[in-house]
Design a protein around this ligand. Sequence first.
Ligand SMILES: Nc1ncnc2c1ncn2[C@@H]1O[C@H](COP(=O)(O)OP(=O)(O)OP(=O)(O)O)[C@@H](O)[C@H]1O
Ligand SMILES: Cc1ncc(CO)c(N)n1
Length: 290
Amino acid sequence: MNEPAMADRTGAERMGSGSGPARALTIAGSDSGGGAGIQGDLKTFQELGVYGMSAVTAVTAQNSLGVQQAEPMPPRLIAAQLDSVLADLGADAAKTGMVPTPAAAEAIAGVLRRFGVRRLVVDPVRLSKDGFALAGPGAFEATAKLLLPLAELATPNVPEAAALLGVREGELAEIGARVEAARSLLAWGPHYVLLKGGHAQDDACTDILVGAADGGAEPMLLRGPRLPGPGAHGTGCAFAAAACAAMALGRDVPAACRSAKAFVAAALAASFRLGAGTASLNHACGKPKK
Ligand SMILES: Nc1ncnc2c1ncn2[C@@H]1O[C@H](COP(=O)(O)OP(=O)(O)OP(=O)(O)O)[C@@H](O)[C@H]1O
Ligand SMILES: Cc1ncc(CO)c(N)n1
C-alpha cells in the first residue's frame, strides 16, 4: 500500500474558520480513573491547544488506589486505529505510553514506520505507581528495541532508565550518574533522551535532556521546586503528552521539554484529592501563564 507520509498531509484541507489545529496522537492504555494514559493525554492535548486523537493499546481498571486489572487490545485493532487516524486525519506528532505486549510493540512500530511518523515521543512505561506491570512479559524490552529507535524524544523515569541500562536504581542517585545514564540511553536510538527526576532524591526534581547530535555533551538540566507529598497520579504521562503537544505545534525538543516541565509543575501545584489514594493531577489548571 502506498501511504502518504505524514508531512504530506500537514496541509490537508482545512475548513471553516481558517487553518485547522495542530494534531497530536496518543498511543496508550485507557485509565478508567482519568489521570494517566489516554484520558490524561487527551486532557493535556486539549489544555495545550492541540487536536487530540488516540489509539487504545489496553484497557485498565484503575483509580487513586492503583491498578486493579488490565487487558491488552488485539494488535490488529491497535494497528487499525493507527491506520484510521494516520491515513485520513494525519498527526503532527505522536506519543506512545503503555505497550502491553511484544506483539503490540511490533504492530505500533510497523504502522509508525509505514507512515513515516517522525515527531514521536516514546514514554517507555513499565510499572504503575503502585507497582502493577503495565508492560506484560517482554513488552518493555520490545518497546525499547522497536520503538526507541523511532523516537525523536524518549522520556524514561529513573526505574525505567535503570532497567534499560541493566543497573540498580540506587546507582542513579547522583545527578552526575543520571547525566551519564541519559547519555548511555542515546544508544537505544532516540534523537533525545529526557531522564525524568521525579523518582530521584533530588530537591529540584531535576529532569535531564541530552541530544544525540552532540553525543550528549551539553546536557540541559530542567529544575523546579519538588512539591511536597507523594506527588500525583499521571505526572509521567502528562510530561510526555505536553512535550508531544509542543512538538505538534512545531517546537524543537528542548523547548518542548521546557514547556512540558512547566505544565506538569503547574498541574501538580493545582492537583486535588478525589479518591482515598494518590492525588489527581489537575490538567485543566496546568496551562503555563506565559
Ligand atoms: N513532587 C514533585 N514536584 C515537582 N515536580 C515533580 C514531582 N514529581 C515529579 N515531578 C515532575 O513530573 C514529571 C514526571 O516525572 P516522574 O519521574 O514522576 O515520572 P513518572 O515516574 O513516569 O510518573 P508516574 O509516577 O506518573 O508514572 C517530571 O518533569 C518530574 O520532574
Ligand atoms: C494506562 C496507564 N498508562 C500509564 C500509567 C503510568 O502512570 C498508568 N497508571 N496507566
